[in-house]
Design a protein around this ligand. Structure first.
Ligand code: KIV
Length: 291
């Protein structure tokens, strides 16, 4: 699989250096992040030249079939992270800390972040929220693990937020978003996901921070964008938020292939000679003679 030429001098071998992300922001070049949950997907994202792969807890919905991200467990996220990191050689892989893995204490948050790095080979972790999350961020960053923040619509607390809906749509909420973004930057985050917030508010956050903002439903003035793999490729059949753009309809193509396969099996057209193994004539004769 041939990859596009690296966009930066320092990215000719191995991993994208993390500080390069802030450089991209300074140069006004957009950062591309996509979710991936297994090795082949991560390999394709790598070949497409994305900077960041997020092993999102959206896996709970798009891979594991739950109706929210809340049930994702550390063990499930670790298994998916290991798979994705095997496929991604150049992009930085960010593991999403699932609900319950960081809310209880700084100690638990750090323990789980270390599991992602040691056992999952993740390059960084992502945590949702501000408030108590700030001290989690500080604890993880102090241990040397890069942290990505996530504010706006934070799916792990969707119930408390009143559902999966846009955030920061009043002047007061917008001011709080900007203040939270600043606090997360001060706590040590290297980047910040802004989900489902008005474009004008995301633009203000992006202007205010030195670290890159990665938007999803946050307008084009963010420093980068992220989409969920299954949404982008037409593989998710559940509700699609307005910020999703489908770049392919892979689901229809997979179904077409499966129907063709089923039809050929049932009609006896598959497998053909080219898909089967032969054995030497004399072995075959000996086999039948011994029956
Ligand atoms: O879990 C996820 O995929 C995410 C992205 C939508 C940012 O958090």
């Amino acid at each position: 699989m041939s990859s596009p030429a690296p966009r930066y001098a320092s990215w000719t071998h191995g991993k994208l250096p993390l500080p390069e992300l802030a450089e991209l922001k300074r140069r006004g070049e957009k950062i591309v992040m996509v979710t991936a949950y297994d090795a082949p997907s991560a390999r394709l994202a790598d070949a497409a030249g994305v900077e960041l792969i997020l092993v999102g807890d959206s896996a709970a919905m798009v891979v594991l079939g739950h109706d929210s991200t809340v049930p994702a467990s550390m063990d499930e996220m670790l298994m998916l992270t290991r798979a994705a990191t095997r496929g991604a050689k150049r992009p930085l892989v960010v593991a999403d800390m699932p609900f319950g893995s960081f809310q209880v204490s700084d100690e638990l948050a750090l323990e789980n972040a270390i599991r992602f790095v040691k056992d999952g080979s993740a390059d960084a972790v992502k945590v949702e929220g501000a408030g108590p999350t700030l001290s989690r961020v500080r604890a993880i960053v102090e241990a040397g693990i890069p942290v990505m923040g996530h504010i706006g619509l934070t799916p792990q607390s969707a119930t408390a937020l009143g559902g999966f809906k846009a955030q920061g749509r009043t002047a007061e909420q917008a001011r709080k978003l900007v203040a939270d973004a600043r606090k997360l930057e001060a706590a040590g985050c290297f980047a910040l996901v802004l989900e489902a917030v008005p474009a004008a508010v995301a633009a203000e956050v992006s202007r205010t921070l030195a670290i890159p903002t990665i938007g999803i439903g946050a307008g084009r003035e963010c420093d980068g964008q992220v989409l969920v793999w299954h949404d982008l490729l037409g593989l998710y059949e559940g509700h699609s938020p307005r910020f999703v753009k489908r770049y392919a309809d892979v689901g229809t193509e997979i179904r077409r292939a499966l129907e063709a396969y089923a039809e050929e099996v049932r009609s006896g057209r598959f497998p053909e000679d080219q898909h089967t193994y032969a054995m030497p004539e004399e072995e075959l004769e000996a086999f039948f003679a011994a029956r």
